[in-house]
Design a protein around this ligand. Structure first.
Ligand SMILES: [Zn+2]
Length: 69
């Protein structure tokens, strides 16, 4: 059994699953707006972990319930 070690230390481009950065900020929600800004800035800076965390925060913020305007 040989394990091909083809994983080189190449920089990760936007090849990571785009859904990880998805998340629609709820309109009028300051928390979502903050998280969205954070996500965008982190993504721009190449800080994907932080960007993903922020995106997940947006998705989870209103998980299970919807605020009616
Ligand atoms: Zn929110």
């Amino acid at each position: 059994m040989t394990t091909p070690s083809r994983y080189s230390a190449e920089p990760v481009e936007l090849a990571l699953d785009s859904w990880l950065l998805e998340g629609t900020p709820a309109p009028g929600c300051p928390t979502c707006a903050t998280l969205a800004t954070k996500r965008d800035q982190a993504a721009e800076a190449g800080a994907w972990k932080a960007a993903c965390n922020a995106a997940r925060g947006i998705r989870n913020h209103h998980d299970g319930h919807r605020e009616t305007p």
